[in-house]
Structures are given as C-alpha cells and as structure tokens.
Design a protein around this ligand. Structure first.
Ligand SMILES: [Zn+2]
Length: 416
C-alpha cells in the first residue's frame, strides 16, 4: 500500500517510506531522507538478479509501478558487464550503454564477442532484450557478417575471396562462400563451400568439394592435354582421357591422377613398375594390358631378414637392384595376365605377410614370411593358376576370383 503521503507529517515521512519499502523487500541506503515525490531514493534488494546492485526510483515512480527493472539500476553498465563476464563474452568498448532500451531496436544492440566456442572472437550483435535474457546466438546475430564469415573460415584454414559480399536478407546458414585453402595440395584452387558444412561440420578439403577441378587436375599433369570435360560436378571415380606429352592417349580414374599416376604407356616404355593399376586401367588401355611383363616369386634380402616376395615388373633384374637373392619363379606374359597372377598369389598368401619389421625396404607390403610358406607348393599353384588365366583370359579371371568378396580356387592349407 503505497499511497499519497500528504496526510503523513513531514518529520515522519522518512521513516514511514523506508518502512513501506521494506515490506516490498526494498532497503533504503543509510543516510536516506525523504525529500519529495520526485526526488531519487537509493535502495537495494534482498534477492534476485539485482541483489548486489544499487537501485534508484522516485516516490512517484513507485506509485506508478513498484517493480524494478534495468532502468532502476544506478549503474546499468556495471550490471551488463557483470552479466557478460558470467556468460564469458566480452562487451565491445565502443558499446553505448547509456542509450540502452530494452527492446529490439537495432541501434540499441549489445555488441560482444564470445571468449569460447565456435564463435570465439566473432562480433555478435543482440538486442538488449535478448542479451539480458541470455538468448543463444547464431549467424543471424553476426554484427559484421562478412567479417565474421572470413574469420570463421580462416579458423578452418580457408581464405574467403576479398570480393565476397552478402546481400541483405541472405540466410547465412545456406550461404555459398568462395574460398581458397591456406595450405595443402588444394592451395590456390577455388572452393565454393556451403557455410554450414565448413563452420558447423568442418568439412575437409576434398576433391568432391573443389570448384576448380579441371584447373587442379591440369596442375598435376601440366604437360598433358585433358581430353574429357571436367567441371565442378565431376567425381574422382570418373575416368578421363588425356593426351600425354609423348602423344599417348591415356585413360584413367581421376583419383589415380590425384595419387600421382602418370601416363601408363610412358611408364610401360620407360620404367619397371606401373602405378595406378586396376581392372579399369587395363580395360581402358589395351596397349598397356598387352605389354609384356613378368610376375615373379623371389627371395629378397630385407634389412633384418629374408622374405619371399611376389611382384610384377617389366624387367625383374632392374627392379630388384641387387636385393633379389634368388628367383624361384617367373611368369612372362601380357601385363594384364601377370597382374592377375600377382593379385591372386598375394591374396592367397595375405595371411603370411612379413609385417612391418622391414618397412625401411621398399615394397614391404608385398613381403611374405618365407619360413611359413612352402615354396614348392606355392610355385605349383602359380603354374596351375597361370594356365587358368590364359584359358579364361584376364578379364574373366579377374571377375571370377579377384573382385571383392570372390573366393580363390586354392586355400591357405595348400601353401603351408
Ligand atoms: Zn605417355
């Protein structure tokens, strides 16, 4: 019952008003004296969010509305800064707290930067109302959206194009952002990335997300002419035709080029080993498939011990470079036939891999434990398999035995 004080004698007004206020949980400060209806009364509250702050109101204001709010604070700035501290955000220094209004007017936004989390160091602008209520923040709250996106992408090791601009009313979560990786094999090649894929999921730099695919592939094989069309939708599993600097037509999966494969015709002519071998490679490059090669079983001297090695080479002696102690078996045929035999024997002996002990020696993945494998039996199987490959042809043989999940004709037991 706040009321008009006209009937209270002047001397009693101070004690009367402080008593009334106490009833409502409001405690006037020491030295309080009632000076009139429009004079400020300083007080504190016993509990609630304003507990440790000094508040102010005139008696007339109490008469109208006895509840207290942000406007009742003597120093709203301190309250807002304390709140920011609690929420681990930093209020920007240029923030104009004196004109604060608790509504959604953008000019009254609270500008702050979180000190933790995904939006760490990103300037956020929230209406005072939302800030006081502790609403979470999202890309819609970025104070300077372009700057925020640039910083967020930078955190993900990407540089956003300088010319990047956001038009008004754009939904940032579905925004496409042109950017370049800061490092790695895709550095210097443009990506058009979905904002949320990069910022929310931290998608890596993958070929599928690359925008400048043709430029990238061309940079890997600078002297080759790319004959197939490649655009931003091209997949790494797709086969492209190229013309190498020796005028060979070379067809291969993009993924092979990414992994460093070069023209197989050149490789077959110049080198002993052919990289990027696969069924498709041979199917698309009959010239390579028909090139003569060798599958061999040799004894090789590793760093610590000897191993059995099953390999393929156009020229075994060149390939072995002195490390091959003994050649047990050699199958000379079309490269695709040799490859099938090699794959078959490797699959058969997979369980008897030598392990990682000699990893300093090249090709250790092909090493087999020569003490566990019965050489004579293995060679016998190799000879039988050779006949089957030649009878079926390499394509049919591959499909019968070497595609994923297919069983071999022979078992482990036959080689130990
Ligand atoms: Zn070539």
């Amino acid at each position: 019952m706040l009321k008009n004080l006209n009937k209270i004698p002047l001397k009693q007004k101070t004690s009367y008003t402080s008593k009334i206020l106490r009833k409502f949980g409001l405690f006037v400060l020491k030295n309080y004296k009632f000076k009139g209806y429009n004079s400020i009364i300083l007080f504190k509250v016993k509990k609630g969010k304003y507990k440790s702050y000094i508040l102010k109101k005139t008696w007339n204001q109490f008469l109208k509305y006895k509840k207290i709010n942000l406007k009742s604070l003597v120093d709203p700035k301190k309250y807002i800064f304390d709140l920011a501290k609690k929420r681990k955000v930093k209020i920007e220094k240029n923030f104009n707290y004196t004109n604060l209004r608790s509504n959604k007017r953008t000019s009254d936004r609270v500008i702050f930067t979180p000190k933790y989390g995904k939006f760490k160091d990103i300037q956020i602008g929230q209406s005072l109302e939302h800030f006081l209520k502790g609403y979470g923040f999202n890309p819609g709250n970025f104070y300077k959206p372009e700057q925020a996106i640039k910083l967020l992408f930078f955190k993900r090791k990407r540089i956003v194009l300088d010319s990047f601009k956001i038009s008004k009313n754009t939904r940032i979560s579905s925004l496409k952002v042109p950017n370049y990786p800061l490092s790695g094999k895709f550095q210097g090649f443009l990506f058009i990335s979905n904002y949320s894929k990069v910022v929310d999921r931290n998608d890596g730099f993958e070929f599928k997300n690359l925008y400048e695919k043709k430029k990238f592939i061309q940079s890997l094989i600078p002297n080759y002419k790319i004959l197939s069309s490649i655009d931003s939708n091209t997949k790494s599993e797709e086969i492209v035709d190229t013309l190498c600097d020796e005028n060979h037509t070379w067809s291969t999966k993009i993924t092979n080029i990414i992994h460093g494969s070069k023209c197989l015709h050149c490789a077959a002519e110049n080198k002993n080993q052919i990289g990027g071998e696969s069924f498709d490679t041979y199917k698309n490059n009959p010239e390579i498939a028909n090139y003569f090669s060798n599958t061999y079983i040799v004894l090789i001297k590793g760093k610590n011990k000897k191993h059995l090695k099953i390999g393929i080479a156009n020229n075994i002696l060149k390939r072995g470079s002195g490390k091959y102690i003994k050649i047990y078996y050699k199958f000379r045929s079309k490269r695709a036939n040799c490859w099938c035999l090699e794959m078959y024997l490797k699959k058969l002996t997979y369980k008897y891999r030598s392990g990682h002990k000699d990893k300093d020696v090249n090709g250790w993945t092909e090493f087999r434990d020569y003490k566990k494998i019965n050489r004579q039996k293995l060679i016998l199987i190799a000879k039988k398999t050779t006949k089957i490959i030649i009878k079926y042809g390499w394509r049919k043989f591959y499909k019968k035995y070497l595609t994923r999940g297919k069983k071999l004709d022979h078992t482990y037991n036959e080689i130990i």
